[in-house]
Each structure stands twice: as structure tokens, then as C-alpha cells.
Design a protein around this ligand. Structure first.
Ligand code: SD4
Length: 337
């Protein structure tokens, strides 16, 4: 069978590929999709291109990426420039400048980027540089490696001319000093002030790229690296099939290689929505059932511009810019209590 042939189970006809997250039922118990949907040529439920989607409510970032795409720019340029908007925004406390520090007061950044050809670059545990996503792009384009860490990544950035900046703003320092009074670390759902940005775009030529950038979990152990810079976990792009990006408690995403899983499920015929739901299912169906303590969310898009999103808990959202409309859409979620 050709990869891009779609064969649908009769029960899914007319539904599976167009169903939006707001229409999906969210049973308390995760159920595997009863119907298998396989990409076919006769699928006419495609979304229009170009398009950009991002985790959480980031209209300025998607607007920037959309602008790049409208001008005929590549998806790669769009996701980089879109993510840079959030990195530069000091009010966002989960990414770039103004990010909340680790427990020792250091703001350390993780970021990655992946292009239509499967090239990728990432930086982990990077300090003193605002635009981690751009450093990641330079790792991809200017080195024979895929990942640089810590001081090595920082040195590389300086050599490229990135300025040194103190990323710890007064507001984030104050929050950290408040936290130190109890020093209690719990990755509590949604109060991490999530605005880690993961962004996926398809350009006018139909090519897909993705990027992800974050300061990681607030008050993490010094040296901790999450899912966001790990290709396959925080982000994965397969230009034949689609792409996925994750947010939430990175450890849980890494344990299930979440973004690669979502894209492979799409390769096997799942819609982006079904694939995101199954990837969340792999987490919540673990024997220890500890998912009540943390959030994970995925957004995905397939080659035809059909999108999906799903999270463990309520209040995850994605921002989508498509057909000239920039909107924030609440994601369907697993845990209804
Ligand atoms: C991490 N996944 O470092 C990131 C955090 C995040 O919104 O997504 N926050 O684990």
C-alpha cells in the first residue's frame, strides 16, 4: 500500500479526519480508538496550507511565524522566528529571558529544532543566551553534531556573536526567593505557568519543520534536562507524515518517547488527534497511575494540515494560525475529575 493512501474503517467515514478536539469525547478511562484510519489519496479532509500551530496561548509567536509563511518563507524560518518571540518576552516565565530558575537560581535553557530533511539541532542546559532556539539551529546547520550542552553550547553561541545576557529577571528572582522559603518541589499541574513553546509549521511548499524552547521546570535540580531539546521526545518532524511537539512534565514524555510515538502512529494511519490520544494513553495507563500529579500535552499536524491536540488534564491549549485566523483552542483532555 502506498504510504499516502487512506483506507478508512467504515465507522470512521466522514468523521475521523475532520473531528476537532472540541468534538471529541473524553472518557475517564482511556480507550483505544476502535477504528483504524490509514492515510489515503482520497482523503479530502485536509486543512489548508500554510499553517502554524504552537503549544499554549501564544498569539504573538504564531503571528510572527504566519507572517514569515505568508511572505513565502520556509517552515524552518517560521518556527525559529515564532519561538524567538516567546524567548524574548520577559513576562513568560517558562522560556528564554525571565524563565524561572533552577533551585540554585540559574536560568538554564533547553531547545531544539528539526527541518524538513530530518536534520536537527539542540542545546541543553544553556545559560546566559536568550535565543536558545537559534543556537540550536546553528548546531544543526554549522556543526557535525546534533546537540551541544552547557558551557560548550554557550561558548559556541558567543563564537557566533550571540550576546551574553542575564536571564534572571527581578520577577523571576523574587519568585525563586519566595520558593526557597519552603524549597518544596512538586511539578503541580498547570501552575508551572506553562508557556514553554513548541511550534510546528507547514509552509507554502508543503514542507514541515518544528521547534521547541523552554527554561524547563521551575526549581528543577541544577543540571536537569527535560524532553524539550530531545529529538523524538519533545519534538519530532517527518516531512512525509507530519510532526508533533510536547509540553508538560518532560520526564514522562522522555519515558515514552512521546513525539516520535505520535508521528509513527500517524505513519501507521492514525489521525493527529488519535495519535495524540494514544500517546497520552501510554502515560496514563502505566501501572502506577500517578498521572494525577502532572500534566503532559501534545499537539500534532499531518502532512495535509490536519491538526490534533490532547493532554492529561484540562487547560492545555494550542494556538493555531490557519486560513488567516489566529486562534487559541482548548485541547481535549483525559482526566475529567
Ligand atoms: C520540561 N517539557 O522541561 C518541559 C516543561 C514544559 O511547559 O513543557 N513546560 O519538562
Amino acid at each position: 500500500m502506498k504510504r499516502r493512501n487512506f483506507i478508512r474503517n467504515a465507522s470512521m467515514t466522514g468523521v475521523g479526519l475532520v473531528v476537532g478536539h472540541s468534538l471529541l469525547s473524553c472518557d475517564d478511562t482511556y480507550k483505544k480508538s476502535e477504528s483504524e484510519v490509514v492515510l489515503t489519496d482520497d482523503n479530502d479532509s485536509a486543512g489548508s496550507l500554510p499553517l502554524v500551530i504552537a503549544t499554549w496561548n501564544v498569539p504573538n509567536a504564531t503571528a510572527k511565524a504566519w507572517d514569515v509563511l505568508q511572505k513565502g518563507g520556509t517552515a524552518l524560518d517560521a518556527v525559529e522566528q515564532g519561538c524567538m518571540v516567546e524567548e524574548a518576552d520577559e513576562t513568560g516565565q517558562s522560556v528564554g529571558k525571565g524563565g524561572l530558575p533552577d533551585r540554585d537560581g540559574h536560568v538554564t535553557l533547553d531547545a531544539c529544532i528539526m527541518d524538513k530533511d530530518g536534520n536537527c539541532g539542540s542545546v541543553v542546559f544553556l545559560e546566559n543566551i536568550v535565543h536558545a532556539v537559534s543556537v540550536a539551529r546553528n548546531v544543526m546547520e554549522k556543526t557535525p553534531h546534533v546537540m551541544l550542552a552547557g558551557k560548550g553550547a554557550e561558548q559556541f553561541a558567543y563564537e557566533l556573536g550571540f550576546p551574553k545576557e542575564n536571564l534572571l529577571t527581578d520577577a523571576s528572582k523574587k519568585a525563586w526567593e519566595e520558593w526557597k522559603k519552603t524549597s518544596e518541589y512538586k511539578p503541580i499541574i498547570n501552575i508551572e505557568n506553562h508557556d514553554t513553546i513548541g511550534m510546528l509549521a507547514i509552509d507554502k511548499n508543503g514542507n514541515i519543520s518544528g521547534a521547541c524552547t523552554t527554561s524547563g521546570l521551575a526549581y528543577k535540580m541544577h543540571g536537569r534536562v527535560g524532553d524539550s531539546p530531545i529529538i523524538g521526545s519533545g519534538l519530532f518532524v517527518d516531512n512525509e507524515i507530519g510532526a508533533c511537539v510536547a509540553t508538560g512534565l518532560g520526564e514522562e514524555v522522555v519515558k515514552t518517547v512521546g513525539s516520535f510515538l505520535v508521528v509513527e502512529l500517524m505513519r501507521q494511519g492514525k489521525t493527529p488527534q488519535e495519535a495524540c490520544e494514544e500517546a497520552i494513553g501510554r502515560i496514563v495507563n502505566k501501572p502506577n497511575k500517578n498521572y494525577k500529579d502532572f500534566q503532559v500535552g501534545y499537539i500534532a499536524v499531518n502532512k495535509k494540515g490536519v491538526t490534533g491536540s490532547y493532554s492529561i488534564h484540562e487547560y492545555f491549549s494550542l494556538t493555531k494560525y490557519q486560513d488567516g485566523v489566529n486562534e487559541n483552542l482548548k485541547a481535549a483532555f483525559f482526566n475529567k475529575q
